[in-house]
Design a protein around this ligand. Structure first.
Ligand code: ATP
Ligand code: MG
Length: 260
């Protein structure tokens, strides 16, 4: 499912996919793509994935469909890429950008020249023709945010109407909403500020969400805009998020009962 690693984890291992992801991220950290804090963020995600059952919930799949419709309808959709995403899903990110007509922008919590360039390299090796948010191109400031994390590309996140922000931080998600953007989050934690503040909150692992979103985009590309608009306007994000919490809660209750 995730990209191949140079590590040899036996396929039969019950936690094969999970271990492969860890190895990819450790490899990414060694190459300067993933920040140390990215490894911690992954651990937090893993914990929620255990509670979810390491599969895509029905409400997550629904949110993914609506998110793709929204990307297809957008005038200027942008996919924000950080080190974790580049290490786990660079190829699929480029595919998703292509099929939805989205731009790709590097947007880092801990910005460094070396990390920007390392991520740009991975994306270009995966076929990206243009990568925004590199060096002096990240020249616009989101005024609500202090520190280096506020720099965005004038041609990308600053001007976009729809921003897909996997594994984002709550402050930036909030700031993008305040700027009037439609914000699509992908975050395994339904309680994070990012999930709570997004317009469309996808509570799923990016390694499951992104490949499915590529498949959905291929299907929805030929659907008339009016149908896509109806899909987006019917969607109630708060209700969808509540359904996620209910699904997790009832799964845990069920598991508890089985142990009695
Ligand atoms: P927030 O700032 O939104 O309140 P946070 O501070 O708790 O969130 P961050 O470290 O800012 O968390 O963001 C990392 C988020 O990314 C976590 O909520 C985690 O659940 C999520 N995450 C990590 N790995 C994945 C993954 N593979 N797929 C989806 N989400 C992930
Ligand atoms: Mg945070």
């Amino acid at each position: 499912m995730v990209q191949e690693t140079k590590f040899s984890i036996p396929r039969a291992h019950p936690r094969y996919e999970s271990l492969k992801m860890r190895e990819l991220l450790i490899d990414g950290a060694d190459q300067g793509i993933v920040a140390t804090s990215g490894l911690i963020a992954h651990g937090r995600g893993e914990a929620f994935d255990y509670l979810i059952g390491e599969r895509s919930l029905r409400n997550a799949i629904e949110a993914e469909k609506v998110a793709v419709a929204s990307l297809l309808l957008a005038k200027l959709p942008v996919i924000s890429v950080n080190g974790n995403l580049a290490s786990l899903m660079a190829n699929v990110t480029v595919n998703l950008a292509e099929v939805t007509g989205s731009l790709i922008e590097v947007n880092l919590f801990y910005r460094s020249r070396a990390r920007e360039l390392a991520i740009e390299r991975v994306l270009k090796q995966s076929g990206a023709k243009r990568v925004l948010g590199i060096g002096s191109n990240a020249s616009r400031i989101i005024s609500e945010i202090s520190s280096e994390r506020r720099r965005v590309d004038p041609d990308g996140l600053f001007s976009c109407d729809v921003a897909l922000i996997p594994l984002e931080d709550g402050d930036r998600a909030t700031a993008l909403r305040k700027m009037g953007k439609q914000v699509i989050s992908i975050d395994l934690n339904p309680l994070s500020r990012t999930s709570q503040v997004a317009s469309i909150s996808i509570v799923d692992n990016i390694v499951r969400a992104f490949p499915r979103m590529v498949r959905i985009a291929k299907q929805l590309k030929s659907v008339p805009a009016s149908e896509l608009e109806a899909l987006v306007s019917r969607f109630d994000n708060q209700r969808n998020l509540a359904g996620i919490l209910e699904a997790i809660a009832s799964r845990l209750t069920r598991l508890g009962e089985n142990h009695q």
